[in-house]
Design a protein around this ligand. Structure first.
Ligand code: IVH
Length: 668
């Protein structure tokens, strides 16, 4: 093989492994091996710069964590938007447009594009000759942070554009996180004693502002493109709605919920529609953005200092309210961490009555300078836990009292400790009943073995009645014990026992995550299952052998060893085995199959496969079968005479395959 061939081969290899590592979080080779390939490529490219491939991974930061974020200047400033809070504001917006255009434009020519205002973080992607060269945050509008490596880990951001792209293109859009993903991430963070992200914007920002792109890669971020810095770089597009279709053809993800509104009345109707849709969407929106559709008119209207004249944001009323902080309760978590919880005078926030909100930890209380008796702003962002945002200092009358963290555990009275460098104050008594109860609740919860009928309330009852003191006790419950409990009957006892029975053969990863070992969430538990393949081997794994598993760090490894060597835990496992609880390895969802992560829908007549066979092939290859067209579907396989589903899938910008292409994809 000559050097030119080797460069091509290395380029492909390093790209593939970088993708597996950064994007899929599923490396096939050791880090050292990757570094060797990377440096061999780097050396050859230095020797023959003219042979370096334009999409070479060495040109993309991403292999090694960055030292710090450098600043980048936006060629054209990234503006923000003015806000409209009422229908009146929207009419006033249109009046301003007319005045500015000197009424020289007939009203019918003013057509608007109404889009969702995605709650995330605005970024700019610079494509040169179709290749993603640079990505940055908005910053102050003129200069932002260089987060190229971080953005490159987002699966839906194309590294290379398809089709007819201009030589230079600055795409702007929003990086966001779906509600479900944010919820799961927050659960994982709670497990590691990290404060939850309060909203998708913080989650996106927090995940992108990671110097180590590998951390960004592990976060489920997504992207929607919604603007181009220079409309002169969008050949053939007359306006915003065309721009979005063109983006799709280039392979850029766009949000397809756009309304073409020929009048302000229709803009207002679109706002009502979007408001109604809001909670059904898988991601958070904080309003609607209205843009004058025509690029020619946008040009004429131009911009003011901070915002363009041709667009406006219609914000949803903030889901915030003020109320009084009555008291602070201190909860003991599963790991002993003490969480201060604000007890509030009940107040309605976005249709839900809130009477408690997390205060996270002592540092947060100090930072916000909260005092009992204060009037506070409370905020609820989607499904995220209500939060106290800040104090209304002006409302103080001098009777407010400072909040002190307790010195002893409110449940077991054991002295609390605060480890240097940690924000949590902790009860370190391993026998603290509060921790035990929390562990039991976690074990049966959705994040654990998901035992129906053993939710929080029932578990509390089983614990206080003394029927369940530890995990093995769950599996020796008898019907007559349950049926006599207050609020239970034969039926509910029967149901709970059936669910407990079903939980006797859990996937090993699920079982390990359910135990609530510190620093062992779903991801680490899955790694343990994949590499060690049995509970016995996890129990006996040494610190060294755990550290050899890619993805398991110092903290998790020592926490696992410590947990597994606790004599009480050993006794539990023996009792569990006796009760017929045997975790099963090797059933975990695989993410390395051709259709892993794909949601496939079939339409039309297939030539060689029956529908049943086709569906089985999807499942055998790691995919899921969709039953209807939806945003969740990722791929449509269209046979002969495919009809409206094909049109719809095209509109949604989904991957469309012929039967042959589908078979090719799964190597058949
Ligand atoms: S257009 C000059 N479209 O809202 C126009 N912005 O307050 C620039 N945003 O910083 C923005 N969804 O982060 C536009 N469909 C959308 C948007 C959107 C969310 C954000 C963006 C921007 C902020 C403006």
């Amino acid at each position: 093989m000559n050097d030119a061939q080797r460069i091509r081969e290395l380029t492909a290899l390093v790209k593939e492994h970088a993708h597996r590592y950064f994007v899929l979080d599923d490396p096939l080779i050791a880090d050292g091996e990757y570094d060797r390939l990377f440096h061999e490529l780097l050396a050859l490219e230095k020797q023959y710069p003219e042979l370096a491939q334009p999409d070479s991974p060495t040109r993309r930061p991403g292999a090694a964590p960055l030292e710090g974020f450098s600043q980048v200047e936006h060629r054209l400033p990234m503006l923000s938007l003015e806000n409209a809070f009422s229908a009146g504001d929207l009419r006033a917006f249109e009046d301003r447009l007319f005045r500015f255009l000197n009424q020289a434009v007939p009203r019918e020519m003013l057509v608007y594009a109404a889009e969702l205002k995605i709650d995330g973080l605005a970024v700019e992607l610079v494509y040169e000759q179709g290749l993603l060269r640079q990505g940055s945050t908005r910053g102050d509008g003129n200069r932002g942070e260089d987060i190229t490596a971080q953005l490159m880990t987002i699966a839906t951001i194309p590294h290379q554009l398809h089709g007819d792209f201009p030589p230079l293109m600055e795409v702007r859009g929003e990086v966001y996180m779906e509600r479900q993903d944010l919820l799961a991430l927050n659960q994982e963070r709670a497990l590691n004693d990290l404060p939850p992200f309060a909203n998708p914007r913080n989650a996106a920002a927090g995940s992108l502002r990671q110097l180590d792109p590998a951390i960004t890669a592990a976060r489920p971020l997504k992207f929607f493109a919604y603007a181009i810095a220079d409309t002169g770089h969008a050949p053939g597009c007359d306006g915003q709605i065309q721009l979005l279709s063109w983006f799709l053809s280039l392979g850029l993800p766009v949000n397809t919920l756009v309304r073409r509104c020929p009048s302000v009345a229709e803009v207002i109707a679109a706002f009502d529609q979007f408001s109604a849709l809001r909670h059904a969407l898988p991601y958070e929106i904080d309003g609607m953005v209205v843009k004058v559709d025509s690029f020619a008119l946008q040009q004429r209207l131009g911009s003011k200092a901070r915002a363009p004249r041709w667009a406006i944001a219609c914000k949803f009323p903030a889901i915030q309210a003020t109320t009084r902080l009555l008291a602070v309760d201190f909860q003991v978590g599963r790991t002993g961490a003490i969480t201060p919880v604000a007890i509030l005078a009940p107040v309605e926030v976005g249709g839900v009555t809130v009477s408690r909100a997390t205060l996270h930890n002592d540092d947060e209380i100090q930072r916000k300078d909260l005092r009992i008796g204060d009037t506070v702003f409370v905020q609820r962002a989607g499904d995220v836990i209500p939060e106290v945002v800040k104090v209304v200092v002006e409302k103080r009358n001098g009777t407010e009292q400072a909040i002190a963290m307790p010195s002893h555990c409110p449940v077991c009275a054991h002295p609390l400790v605060r480890v240097e460098g940690e924000s949590a104050t902790r009860c370190v008594n391993p026998h603290c009943p509060a921790q035990r109860l929390r562990s039991l609740i976690h074990f049966c919860s959705k994040a654990g073995l998901d035992i129906d009928g053993l939710g929080k309330k029932n578990m509390e009852q089983l614990f206080t009645s003394g029927l369940v003191a530890d995990i093995p006790d769950i599996f020796s419950l008898r019907r007559e014990q349950l049926a006599v409990l207050e609020g239970w009957g034969d039926k509910s006892a029967e149901k709970a026992l059936a669910a407990i029975n079903e939980a006797r053969h859990p996937p090993l990863a699920k079982f390990l995550a359910a135990l609530g070992i510190r620093f062992v969430g779903e991801v680490t538990a899955a790694l343990l299952e994949q590499t060690l393949l049995s509970l016995e081997r996890v129990m006996d794994a040494s610190l060294e052998s755990l550290l050899e598993i890619a993805g398991i760090g110092e903290q998790a490894a020592s926490s696992i060893v410590e947990y597994m060597h606790d004599p009480e835990v050993r006794l539990w496992f023996a009792r569990l085995a006796q009760a017929g609880v045997v975790p099963q390895a090797g059933q975990a969802v695989r993410d390395d199959l051709p259709l892993s992560g794909q949601v496939v829908l079939f339409t039309g007549t297939l030539a060689t496969l029956s529908r049943t066979e086709a569906k089985k092939l999807v499942k055998d290859n790691g995919g899921t079968v969709a039953t209807a067209i939806s945003q969740k579907m990722t791929c449509l396989v269209a046979g002969e005479k495919a009809g409206s589903k094909l049109t719809k899938a095209k509109e949604l910008g989904k991957m469309i395959l012929t039967e042959q292409e589908f078979l090719h994809l799964i190597h058949r």
